[in-house]
Write a protein that binds this ligand. Structure first.
Ligand code: BJW
Ligand code: ZN
Length: 248
């Protein structure tokens, strides 16, 4: 079912649900001004210095040219500094208190869910605000301005960005937590993702297989659209708050 807004049937399901989970992607942060990776919703495909994200955010480039990879993430930390969470992030933060059982899994590394007040968040692809030591594995909060690239750990070894690049494993236990929530929920929301990157893209499919009603929120149809129960064509910041405020 493809709909243009929250229907009464979907709102009723939402009103009755107790176990809810959600997967978010870059599209939920688009209304805050964060570029998406693969376009959609009117945005362009993200490139930097003429290189695509698939190359910049890759384990291969980190191994061969760590300074360029740090410059790419430093550029993005600079963009994020002035950006704030939007109504979509705020709605999900509010749902955490509303449902006895709630988990938010995000592919985003921007920290905007936490900034909106979400606490039950699994960051599947890590965090742009942290580095990780290549020797002692310590996780370090990065200062606003980095004195050198790559920055160094207290043990003097270089740090790497604490994010999951293509070809790398997700943080230990992260997918498993999200998978458990997807398999146990009644309602699963998939918001602002092209659902092209695995294993995150498996989660809505797992939820469906386990019997959840899966609701997609995206201004465009995606690979998932034929698989889900309902696709609400719209922006996250308009659609998510409308589950609680009919008529908006
Ligand atoms: C709006 C909107 C608005 C716009 N409101 N919506 C199985 C099959 C095939 C391949 C694989 C597979 N398993 C693993 C792979 C390989 C690979 C992969 O998936 N490749 C595919 C691209 C084919 N996966 C991996 O490598 C993963 N690791 C792994 O599987 O480890 C095990 C393993 C290791 C070694 C060998 C084999 C297995 C790791 C994936 C890590 C992805 N990392 C990135 C970069 C993170 C750092 C960074 O930020 O730079 O994560 S890639 C990039 O894509 C980023 C995102 O989190 C991720 C997903 O993108 P997302 O969020 O969906 O964004 P977009 O831009 O694609 O979509 C935005 C959407 O928003 C659009 O639909 C718009 O319409 C919409 N939108 N405005 C609501 N207002
Ligand atoms: Zn160290």
């Amino acid at each position: 079912m493809i709909v243009a807004g929250v229907t009464e049937e979907l709102r009723a399901r939402f009103g009755k649900a107790r176990r809810v989970a959600a997967l978010t992607g870059a599209g939920i942060s688009a209304e805050s001004g964060v570029p998406t990776f693969r376009g959609g919703g009117g945005a362009a495909i993200w490139e930097w210095r003429g290189r695509p994200v698939s190359e910049l955010s890759s384990a291969e480039l980190l191994a061969s040219d760590p300074v360029t990879v740090w410059e790419w993430f430093d550029h993005r930390r600079g963009l994020l500094r002035d950006l704030r969470p939007n109504a979509g992030h705020a709605a999900l933060a509010g749902w955490e208190a509303r449902f006895p059982d709630f988990l938010l899994a995000t592919q985003n590394i921007d920290g905007l869910h936490a900034a909106a007040g979400s606490r039950k968040v699994v960051e599947l692809h890590g965090s742009i605000r942290h580095g990780r030591c290549l020797r002692c594995a310590r996780r370090v909060v990065l200062p606003d301005s980095l004195p050198e690239l790559p920055p160094r750990c207290a043990c003097a070894s270089p740090l790497r960005p604490d994010v999951v690049l293509f070809g790398e494993m997700l943080p230990e236990g992260a997918f498993e937590r999200a998978e458990a929530a997807a398999s146990a929920c009644e309602l699963f929301f998939v918001v602002g993702t092209s659902a092209l990157v695995y294993p995150a893209a498996l989660l809505p499919r797992l939820a469906r297989r386990a019997g959840a009603c899966v609701i997609e929120v995206n201004p465009e149809e995606t690979e998932l659209t034929p698989v889900v129960d309902a696709t609400i064509l719209g922006r996250a910041g308009d659609v998510l708050p409308a589950f609680l405020t009919p008529g908006v």
